[in-house]
Structure formats: structure tokens, C-alpha cells
Design a binder for this molecule. Structure first.
Ligand SMILES: CSC[C@H]1O[C@H](OP(=O)(O)O)[C@H](O)[C@@H]1O
Length: 342
């Protein structure tokens, strides 16, 4: 397999390693990963995270194992186990389905390696195309609110929603970003802030519950978010708290865009109600010390509701920014997304 290097995953000189996103921004720790159990733990604990990135990282591991001579049955088992790590982000299923297909080839090792390389390189290109299309929607001086982390850390390229912001800043040099910290795991406050600082893009970090008053004060010009799965009717799953923003944007008449690659489309799923929402460890909400230690602020036995994602209905979306184009409600209502995957 060729060397493949991105912000948070790299296959270099025969070795696969991933950047521990749970420890960012204060520690930059790379973990070597050459077995299924390690990759499963990295994905489940969100050390490896971001809809496109979890699929690509899992694919690179399967390709590594194939090149190491792991037998076909064990490769199939690896694909199945990696696919089961997180149920919502369809990019993971997209990648594992592509690898399963490669496994049916006579030279399945070459097939798997070529497929993993293609998926990785394609994602870089998809990010570029999404970001360029989305940047055309941004105006000079816009104050853009975003949620969770959708940058280079979550993809093989420059990101999805954050890639749009990156390109808009390249175009105008004067955008500002409101960064939702994104409870409970703070992907916004930790990772998006980290990336915007690296890109020298001005931002202001806010608690998730501050977004509404900013919109009421007219301080938010646009909202751009990522997605983990977009259903055939345009409803989509994204980090919990996205639906809040969509309702607020609708009330305040603020343009609300979802930005995702075509690999996030799942037109076999009819609508948002049919998307499985991952339920996560209650400790994440109770507040943890270090790596899942005792609860920091909530009572240790507090009952917790901790869905990783929520569903935003298509009727609240101004536009879907994909690598193939920007689509409005009417186009999506007329079945454009299904057409794209025919
Ligand atoms: C381009 S990443 C898309 C999506 O993935 C994130 O979820 P997680 O941090 O749990 O992996 C978040 O929902 C992003 O919007």
C-alpha cells in the first residue's frame, strides 16, 4: 500500500498510526494500530472520530492486515467487527461494503489495498469540491456558527463544514466563526478551536446554550454543520445539538447548511426516523476526570440520556452542500438525493 497521510491518520512506510483526538488539543499522541481490537477501541472511544475518518481508518487497517497475509475469513470478520463499532455514520458502512466487494476478487489482497487507497484519495478530492461549492454561499465578513468538528481531523482532506469555512477565509480573509463547544465530548471547543487556530481563522468559543441569544442579537449570518448520515428525503443525523441549531435558525431566518460528501448519503434509508442513533457512555455526560474516571460534577449515579446524534428534518435545511453540488429544499423534495446515488 502507498503512503497515505492526513491530519489524524497515516499509513507510512508500512505502519498505520492514528492521532488520539480524545487527548487534543493539549496532547498530540499518535497510536500505532495494527490489529482489529485496537482499532475498535480507538473508534468506540472517539480517539478516532469523524464520519469519513472512521471509515477510512478502518479501511486502512483491513488493507494492512490483507498485506500481512491475514486469511480471507479473518479479513471478513475484521470488516464485520469494524462496521459494528458505531451505527450512525454511514461512511463506515460505505467503506466496509466496498472492502467486502473487493474481497470477492480472485486477487483480493490487491483488491482491498486498491480500494482502501481509492477511498482515502477520493475523500481528499470530495473535501476540496464540497469546500469550494460551500464557500460560494459565504459572504465577505460573515459570522458563521458551526457545531462539533468537521475539519481535517475528521476527514482525509480539509474537512466538510469546516472546509467550507477554510475556503471562505481563503477567499475573503475576514470571516469569523462562532464555535459551539459541543457537549458532552467538546469536539468544538477542543478540535474545531484547535484547527481554526492552526489555520489562523478568527473564532469565538461559546457554550452550546449561548447560540440562541447570539442569533436573536443578529450576530450569526449563517450556520454550517456536517452530517453522519443523510436519508433519501434529506433528513440527516449529526452531532447532538444540531437539531437545536436548525430550529433556532428557522425561527431567526438564518441560512442553515449541511455539508457532506456523497459517501454520507444513504438513500436506502427513507427518512430520519429510520436512522439508528448511537447511545453512548453515561459517564460522558456526568463529567469525567482523565480517561473515564469518577464523575466530576454530576452525582455518580445520576440517570443520563446520552445520544451521540440527533435528527434534523429536511424542512429546516436551507441547502445541502455536497461535492456534486448545492441543492435546495425543492430539489431534495423532488428526489435529487436519490438521483445522485442511482
Ligand atoms: C465530517 S465529520 C461528520 C460528523 O461526525 C462527528 O461525529 P463524532 O465526533 O461523534 O465522530 C460529528 O457529528 C460531525 O458533524
Amino acid at each position: 500500500m502507498q503512503n497515505l497521510i492526513a491530519s489524524s491518520v497515516k499509513y507510512e512506510n508500512g505502519s498505520l498510526s492514528v492521532l488520539d483526538q480524545y487527548l487534543l488539543p493539549h496532547q498530540q499522541v499518535w497510536h500505532q494500530c495494527h490489529d482489529v481490537e485496537t482499532m475498535k477501541e480507538l473508534i468506540i472511544s472517539l480517539k478516532v472520530r469523524g464520519a469519513p475518518l472512521i471509515g477510512l481508518s478502518a479501511s486502512l487497517l483491513v488493507a494492512y492486515l490483507a498485506e500481512q497475509g491475514v486469511v480471507k475469513g479473518e479479513l471478513e470478520k475484521a470488516i464485520n467487527e469494524l462496521e459494528a463499532t458505531r451505527p450512525t455514520a454511514v461512511n463506515l458502512m460505505h467503506c466496509m461494503t466496498a472492502l467486502r466487494k473487493a474481497l470477492t476478487q480472485s486477487d483480493y489482497v490487491a483488491g482491498i489495498v486498491t480500494t482502501a487507497e481509492r477511498l482515502f484519495i477520493e475523500d481528499i478530492e470530495l473535501c476540496e469540491r464540497m469546500a469550494s461549492r460551500g464557500a460560494e454561499l459565504i459572504n465577505s465578513g460573515d459570522n458563521i456558527l458551526t457545531h462539533c468538528n468537521t475539519g481535517a481531523l475528521a476527514t482525509a482532506g480539509i474537512g466538510t463544514a469546516l472546509g467550507v469555512i477554510y475556503k471562505a477565509q481563503q477567499k475573503y480573509g475576514n470571516v469569523h466563526v462562532w464555535v459551539n463547544e459541543t457537549r458532552p465530548l467538546l469536539q468544538g471547543g477542543r478540535l474545531t478551536a484547535f484547527e481554526l487556530e492552526r489555520w489562523k481563522i478568527p473564532y469565538t468559543l461559546i457554550c452550546d446554550n449561548m447560540a440562541a441569544s447570539l442569533m436573536a442579537a443578529g450576530k450569526v449570518d449563517k450556520i454550517v454543520v456536517g452530517a453522519d448520515r443523510i436519508a433519501a428525503n434529506g433528513d440527516f443525523a449529526n452531532k447532538v445539538g444540531t437539531y437545536n441549531l436548525a430550529v433556532l435558525a428557522y425561527f431567526h431566518n438564518i441560512p442553515f447548511y449541511v455539508v457532506a460528501p456523497i459517501t454520507t448519503l444513504d438513500t436506502n434509508t427513507a427518512c430520519g426516523d429510520d436512522i439508528e442513533i448511537e447511545q453512548r457512555n453515561p459517564q460522558e455526560v456526568r463529567g469525567v476526570s482523565g480517561s473515564f474516571g469518577e464523575a466530576l460534577w454530576a452525582p455518580t449515579n445520576a440517570n443520563v440520556y446520552n445520544p451521540a446524534f440527533d435528527i434534523t428534518p429536511a424542512k429546516l435545511v436551507t441547502g445541502w452542500v455536497l461535492d456534486t453540488g448545492v441543492y435546495n429544499q425543492q430539489q431534495v423534495l423532488m428526489g435529487k438525493l436519490k438521483e445522485l446515488t442511482q
